[in-house]
Design a protein around this ligand. Structure first.
Ligand code: ATP
Length: 369
């Protein structure tokens, strides 16, 4: 798919912008704090109705106005659609071809994007919570029902934790806990199953891409680490029994500590480069390449799901990769995926491989070719 044009009004530091994009690569160059990330963020918002870096929509509204808007024309396999998104103190409104969408879920997924930003290094280096959020965002983008299950699970988890806390270390009224156990396991196994299936596909693509970017010198493998052992390819009913058994085993400890100790809220992922754990032994460059391989794998997973490539948004990442990795990265997506790249200067980008890219200068919320 392609984003043919994008228009911003009072979005962050853009008073007004109308930009026709290149169908291959768009390179946005400019000093710090000029609006490069803001522009990529607006494209991300057009896909997911929210920013990749803040949960507070009001931050997207330019300081000089009351409403921000993002409009884009998207060309998909089946035709063109116009997407409109506006943010104000009253909330956000989303329109497809001028028709207001009562539910944002009807809007999300019309445009698909994969964003890679410097903070994504945390997927490898950071806490398990960052990795779970990565999984959830990525699975949610292609399987809308997943986020609903996740919400249901979250609600049960809060209630179960409240119950454990109120019961105290001696575990009074344990009978009631079983009600929460059944619900926790029911939603929990669905999440774990989806994550397991997603990681299976992700690891195959990510390994191939990582090998490409590193010219075969690094072998990347990924391991799903759930909070208790589950077999590969087990039926949900079997996982459910395993979940219930685990809850019985940790029950005393849960009453003592007042929290739920088993379930997908304690899942993790581990990455290995040539057999060594990347979180522990990887260099900064290896960790960055690992995170990048995951994101590029996501391009393929989305294509498998929806039949066309999403957009690729690369925020300030090229300069962090050596020339060889940059070249390989560019070759992986060039010609297949419409890409938007930001950098502070052309000298940090290997432009020899980007001969027909659209190159723009970004300064003070203005974009000029
Ligand atoms: N709501 C807002 N209204 C107006 N300006 C804003 C708003 N939010 C952020 N800005 C301004 O946007 C600028 C930051 O833009 P952005 O994050 O896109 O920088 P950048 O060009 O990507 O820079 P870097 O190379 O440092 O990453 C800052 O000057 C900031 O003050």
């Amino acid at each position: 798919m392609f984003l043919n044009e994008i228009a911003l009004r009072n979005y962050r530091n853009y008073d007004q912008l109308e930009l026709e994009t290149d169908r291959k690569v768009n390179l946005f160059i400019g000093p710090n704090a000029q609006g490069k990330t803001n522009l990529l963020e607006s494209i991300f918002a057009l896909a997911l109705t929210k920013s990749h870096r803040t949960a507070k929509d009001r931050e997207l509204i330019g300081w000089n106005g009351k409403e921000a808007s993002v409009r884009g024309e998207v060309e998909k396999r089946y035709g063109r659609v116009t997407l409109d998104l506006s943010y104000s103190a009253q909330g956000k409104k989303a329109r497809i071809n001028g028709l207001e969408q009562r539910k944002l879920s009807g809007f999300v997924g019309t445009l698909n994007v994969v964003m890679f930003a410097p903070e994504d290094l945390e997927i490898v280096k950071g806490t398990p919570g960052v990795r779970r959020r990565f999984l959830d965002m990525e699975i949610g983008q292609v399987q809308p029902g997943y986020l609903h299950t996740l919400q249901q699970y979250g609600k049960v988890l809060v209630q179960r934790n409240n119950y454990l806390k109120s019961a105290g270390p001696s575990g009074v009224k344990p009978g009631l806990l079983e009600v929460w156990d059944l619900q926790l396991a029911e939603h929990g196994v669905r999440i774990m199953k989806k994550r397991q299936q997603f990681i299976e596909k992700l690891k195959t693509w990510a390994a191939a891409i990582h090998s490409g970017i590193t010219a075969g010198s690094e072998e990347l493998s990924i391991e799903y680490r759930p909070s208790f052992d589950i077999g590969e390819g087990e039926e949900e009913s079997v996982l459910f029994e395993q979940f219930m058994l685990k809850l019985t085993q940790v029950k005393d400890q849960e009453f003592r500590r007042g929290v739920t100790l088993a379930g997908p809220h304690r899942d993790d992922l581990a990455f290995f480069i040539n057999g060594k754990e990347a979180q522990v032994y990887g260099s900064q460059g290896q960790q960055r390449t690992t995170a990048l391989s995951l994101k590029l794998a996501e391009l393929e997973l989305i294509r498998e799901e929806i039949g066309e490539y999403p957009l690729l948004l690369l925020d300030d990442v090229l300069s962090e990769l050596d020339q060889h990795r940059q070249t390989q990265l560019i070759e992986t997506f060039q010609g297949k995926v419409q890409t938007f790249i930001t950098a502070t200067g052309l000298e940090s980008v290997n432009t020899s491989r980007l001969s027909d890219a659209g190159i723009y200068r970004v300064e003070g919320g203005k974009v000029t070719p």
